[in-house]
Design a protein around this ligand. Sequence first.
Ligand SMILES: [Zn+2]
Length: 76
Amino acid sequence: MPNYDFECQDCHETFEVRATIKEMEEGKISCVKCKSKNIKRIFNGFGFSTGKSSSLTSSSSSSCSSCSSRSCSTCG
Ligand SMILES: [Zn+2]
């Protein structure tokens, strides 16, 4: 029986529940804190991208002022 992560939409408590798909579909899961059924499933580990990974390369070109190359002996 797998664990599922939920976030309560009422008190924003995040909690982990061990339940079956059937139990979730039947609405038997409730918030551990306020007992609300207004909860949202949280998907961890996949489907989430970090977003800003490609935009870092353009700003990292810190060339030295004395030469046009980005990697000379004086630049380090
Ligand atoms: Zn709650």
